[in-house]
Ligand binder design. Structure first.
Ligand code: G6P
Ligand code: MG
Length: 216
């Protein structure tokens, strides 16, 4: 593999829990039930699409002004959660994994739907590892559309087939598959079964996994 593309939320940092809390509070504030199972469907999905889904689940139609206000509210709560983040919230094994890729001189890109991606990478001090960052500010379609990963691969000058994508969301795995990239799921096998391979986290990967992946 010649290009290493990482999703951010739930792969590099444990922000998925903050997205969940902020969406849950928002949904409940407008009398919509919100379960962890529904939250799985929001992982990897843009802010706009997430709110559209929540409103559809609650059978609610609102004005554009209200829609904007709710998105703002959700993001303010989310930003509040992440404002005190430190590198202690980098997920297990991630930094060592990034180090190994760097030592092998392979390019690293971020492919995230989040518009807060650069801020988060700065907070956890991981920005220097990334040769390219493609985030929610750079794409017009949300995962499972592969646009974000295709752009990331182009930015690091890699053919799609030579890229590996690390993802914790079903929509992200589908995007990587559509882009014909090698999809590694980070999370649970029964949810991410469309990935080529799934690990609970980077620490649970066998020690030869990364070296084999680099050679592949
Ligand atoms: C990621 C997360 C989603 C989130 C989306 C947009 O893909 O998995 O839960 O909604 O980014 O994030 P943002 O920070 O721009 O609201
Ligand atoms: Mg994610």
């Amino acid at each position: 593999m010649n290009g290493f593309i990482f999703d951010l939320d739930g792969v590099i940092v444990d922000t998925a829990k903050y997205h969940y809390l902020a969406w849950k509070n928002l949904a409940n504030s407008i009398d919509i039930e919100f379960t962890e199972l529904q939250n799985e469907e929001l992982k990897g999905v843009s802010r706009v699409k997430s709110l559209e889904k929540i409103l559809a689940w609650g059978n609610k139609t609102i004005s554009e002004t209200e829609f904007e206000a709710l998105m703002k509210k959700k993001n303010e709560e989310y930003l509040n959660y992440i404002s005190t983040m430190t590198s202690s919230e980098i997920l297990p094994g991630v930094q060592a994994f990034l180090e190994t890729i760097k030592e092998a001189n392979k390019p690293i890109a971020l492919g995230s739907a989040s518009k807060n991606a650069r801020y988060i990478l700065d907070r956890v001090e991981l920005r220097p590892y990334f040769d390219a960052i493609v985030d929610g500010n750079d794409v017009s379609t949300a995962k499972p559309n592969p646009e974000v990963f295709i752009k990331a691969a182009q930015t690091i000058n890699c053919q799609a087939k030579e890229c590996v994508v690390f993802e914790d969301s079903v929509s992200g795995i589908q995007a990587a598959n559509t882009a014909q990239m090698y999809a590694v799921g980070i999370g649970e096998q029964h949810i991410l079964f469309e990935a080529q391979i799934v690990f609970n986290d980077f620490k649970s990967m066998p020690s030869n996994f990364i070296t084999e992946l680099i050679k592949k």
